[in-house]
Design a protein around this ligand. Structure first.
Ligand SMILES: Nc1ncnc2c1ncn2[C@@H]1O[C@H](COP(=O)(O)OP(=O)(O)OP(=O)(O)O)[C@@H](O)[C@H]1O
Length: 266
């Protein structure tokens, strides 16, 4: 197995059929993510970030190109890929515990009841929810619901984690808490991760590399920032690092350039 292309997105193109005819959102997008790497994907709204993620998740047909996980080409969703969206789709009539258990039962059909319980409790504890396991989604704050979504994804022990703006709808404080949680989980599990975000500071805090996408239509990879800010990271040390602001400036300049191009072509 080639560990340098643990998640291999190869020459991806996506055409959506619309009333006005075919719409080429994405053209020839390639990205290889080595095992354990954390990659953030940034780009202007509508450039196709979620489209890439949903194709990698197997939830959206690939028009051209391929996605492989650990050398195995995917052709649909699978337990090898955990997915967390902006709002977790929890079943409202089940408790936090039962929502996580649902997936665990599917992925570990042969585990004993005690083993399954241990897995569920381990991940609910890891996301700081041991005190709320019996609460239903409507009794939880949006941050807590997202913690359940994260626990559910990790409990399935996927090979790859796909995060589509998981913190996009949270208030600033909750967002910081969950960023810290994601940093902690990544340090512990070293899961190969592809995460979409709009937030350049979040990208610099979490990632090993930041992939910048050009505008659509026909969006593709525009630039890559190698984020070698030292780990383990904490917010304050990062902000004081001499490379923090140059890296941030690099990302913002790219987005500004794309904004200018967008205006020119409007
Ligand atoms: N099912 C669909 N049919 C037609 N067009 C679609 C469909 N899904 C997405 N699109 C269009 O494809 C483009 C890319 O959408 P996508 O959601 O991937 O972008 P994004 O970069 O994730 O945007 P955002 O940052 O706003 O979430 C957008 O113009 C969107 O309107």
């Amino acid at each position: 197995m080639d560990k340098n292309r643990y998640l291999d997105l190869s020459n991806l193109s996506k055409v959506y059929e619309t009333k006005k005819g075919p719409f080429v959102v994405l053209e020839d997008f390639s990205l290889q993510i080595p095992e354990s790497e954390f990659v953030c994907l940034i780009g202007h709204s509508g450039c196709g970030k979620s489209t890439i993620l949903s194709m990698a998740a197997g939830l959206n047909d690939i028009t051209k190109g391929s996605v492989a996980v650990a050398d195995k080409e995917i052709n649909g969703p699978g337990p090898d890929r955990g997915v967390v969206f902006q709002a977790p789709s929890l079943l409202p009539w089940l408790t936090a515990y039962e929502n996580v258990m649902l997936g665990v039962k599917k992925v570990y059909p042969h585990a004993s009841a005690k083993e399954k319980e241990e897995i569920v409790m381990h991940y609910l504890q890891a996301v700081g929810l041991s005190g709320a396991i019996d609460k239903k989604p409507k009794e939880l704050s949006s941050g807590m619901r997202q913690r359940v979504g994260i626990a559910r994804a990790f409990a399935l022990k996927p090979k790859i984690m796909l995060l589509d703006e998981p913190l996009g709808m949270l208030d600033a404080l909750t967002k910081y808490e969950l960023q810290d949680l994601i940093v902690k989980l990544h340090a512990e599990h070293k899961l190969t991760t592809l995460m979409v975000t709009h937030d350049v500071d979040e990208a610099l805090y979490l990632s090993d590399r930041v992939i910048m996408m050009t505008n659509g239509p026909k969006a593709t990879l525009g630039d890559i920032l190698i984020n070698d800010l030292p780990r383990p990271r904490d917010r304050q040390t990062l902000l004081n690092h001499p490379n923090y602001y140059p890296y941030r400036e690099h990302l913002i300049s790219f987005l500004e350039e794309q904004e200018e191009l967008k205006k020119k072509h409007a």
